[in-house]
Design a protein around this ligand. Structure first.
Ligand SMILES: Cc1ncc(COP(=O)(O)O)c(C=O)c1O
Length: 482
């Protein structure tokens, strides 16, 4: 049976949905649509029955019936049994009234910042990994620390970057998100504060919340010089003594910024004196588009815990990442990990080891393609959306754009009508911040980027022409900020 959302939980998510600007059924449908698009209502979840929701919201049953009918029509709710449809996302092409904006396979996905596998290299690595498999088959196949060949390859990579590392300092995980969850559950207690850059990577915020910790956001300066407000971070650490700081100094998601060595040194020193564990997410470190030279954060303190992944540099389908930490911490991470799973799949790890050891030409090709995409996206934004302020990313996969008015959520709700799926700015922050911002990935090829940006232009025009629409499509009520 599909999981279901109870009426009280939905009421909480809806916030102040009923502004009176449009008929109630339209407002209700619009806000539910936003919550689904934004991932705040998961997919394949049964919504409350019409009767129960009408009672909880204090509206007539006809209002809920009409809202659900609208959602079904727009493809956000399955037909379901009786009135209990399940949430889904529509797959359709853009309306015929938008010539030139047809997305070839339904929606263009700008909500994910991820690339297809890097050429033939990943396939080849798997084929070669299979030839190594027979040597490992006599073993049990359980290895909570990870396959030695991969741990060695990762350790050598750090050593080559000037941070001497042994395989005993590396724990292999199923990606960086898994790694972060292990670190949080090992080193942060419930109610502990975790300092983050604001904005930051949304799934990290979710992981911190899920671990029962309190988020301590420190704003990244709107101006990029300097790219991080280290004084504010040092002050937050010394005054609030967070147990942990989760940072993305290497091509920060969503801004694409890179932290200077000087700033890294200051942060590492401040964290040590505040007793804060610095957890550094290096998932995007390989996507160094401008060839900026910085040392990994662990070069500045042996206490730094780094998490990394092959998801962005190679392929997210490998589901392979790691934790690099002081050797003494590794058994504690393993103890946490084995509550969740008993190790990663072996062939993926063998393939990952090969990719790390041999992956320079395909990575160069990937970087070249990304530079080209970045240039195209910046040019298209300047051409079609000159009123947006755009921060030029030094690396990574995304451009962080400031909109002329705080309507990021409204954009996200409207965008599918124009063939594009987006993540709203507030997903990257806490307390409803970043309504003024939108993250646009440059992971699609230039032709598709052109279609996407023209669709964004059309959505912007629709919003510009309808202040009422902007008011109606409001974000959820801001959550409390610790
Ligand atoms: C900063 C950051 N960390 C972690 C992840 C997730 O990585 P993984 O696929 O290895 O779990 C992403 C994916 O977008 C990311 O941008």
């Amino acid at each position: 049976m599909a999981p279901s959302l109870n009426p009280t939980a939905l009421l909480r998510l809806l916030g102040q949905w009923n502004t009176g600007a449009l008929p109630a059924y339209r407002e209700l449908a619009d806000v539910v649509r936003l919550l689904v698009m934004d991932g705040r209502i998961p997919l394949d979840v049964a919504l409350p029955s019409e009767r129960a929701l009408a009672q909880t919201l204090g509206v007539s049953r006809t209002t809920v019936t009409a809202a659900y009918a609208g959602l079904r029509e727009q493809g956000f709710l399955t037909a379901g049994q009786g009135s209990r449809g399940r949430t889904c996302i529509p797959h359709r092409s853009v309306p015929a009234s938008m010539p030139g904006l047809a997305a070839p396979e339904g929606l263009l996905d700008l909500a994910y910042a991820s690339l297809p596998a890097a050429g033939e290299a990943v396939h080849r690595a798997f084929a070669e990994a299979l030839t190594e498999l027979p040597a490992l088959l006599p073993g049990f196949g359980y290895d909570a620390m990870g396959v030695t060949a991969l741990r060695e390859a990762i350790a050598d990579k750090y050593t080559a970057e000037g941070v001497p590392t042994t395989a005993s300092q590396i724990l292999i995980t199923s990606g960086a998100q898994h790694a972060l969850n292990i670190v949080l559950r090992t080193l942060a207690g419930k109610q502990d504060r975790v300092m983050v850059e604001h904005p930051t990577y949304p799934n990290a915020l979710d992981a911190i919340r899920a671990a029962g910790c309190r988020i301590l956001p420190v704003a990244l300066p709107a101006d990029t010089s300097p790219a991080w407000d280290i004084d504010a971070m040092v002050a937050a650490m010394s005054q609030q003594q967070p147990a942990m700081a989760y940072l993305v100094p290497d091509f920060h998601n969503p801004t694409g910024r890179i932290m200077s060595d000087l700033q890294r040194r200051r942060l590492a020193r401040a964290a040590a004196s505040a007793g804060t564990v610095l957890v550094v997410d290096e998932t995007l470190r390989g996507l160094n588009l401008d060839g900026v030279r910085t040392a990994p954060m662990s070069a500045f303190s042996p206490a730094v815990v780094s998490v990394g992944s092959l998801s962005k540099s190679h392929w997210a389908g490998l589901r392979t990442g790691w934790i690099r930490a002081d050797e003494a911490l590794i058994p504690r991470f393993i103890a946490t990990r084995t509550v969740m799973d008993l190790g990663g799949p072996v062939v993926e790890q063998l393939a990952a080891a090969r990719l790390i050891r041999s992956f320079s030409a395909p990575l160069d090709a990937r970087l070249e393609e990304l530079r080209h995409n970045r240039e195209s996206l910046l040019r298209l934004l300047e051409k079609y959306l000159p009123e947006w302020e755009v921060e030029i990313p030094k690396g990574g996969l995304t451009v962080w754009c400031r909109l002329p008015s705080p309507c990021s959520t409204a954009f996200t709700v409207l965008a599918p009508d124009f063939g594009v799926r987006l993540a709203a700015g507030p997903r990257f922050g806490v307390g409803g911040a970043f309504e003024h911002y939108l993250r646009v990935p440059f992971t699609l090829p230039p032709e598709q980027l052109e279609v996407a940006v023209r669709a964004l232009r059309a959505a912007q025009d629709k919003l510009d022409g309808s202040p009422q629409l902007r008011r109606t499509l409001k974000p959820e009520r801001p959550a409390a900020v610790a």
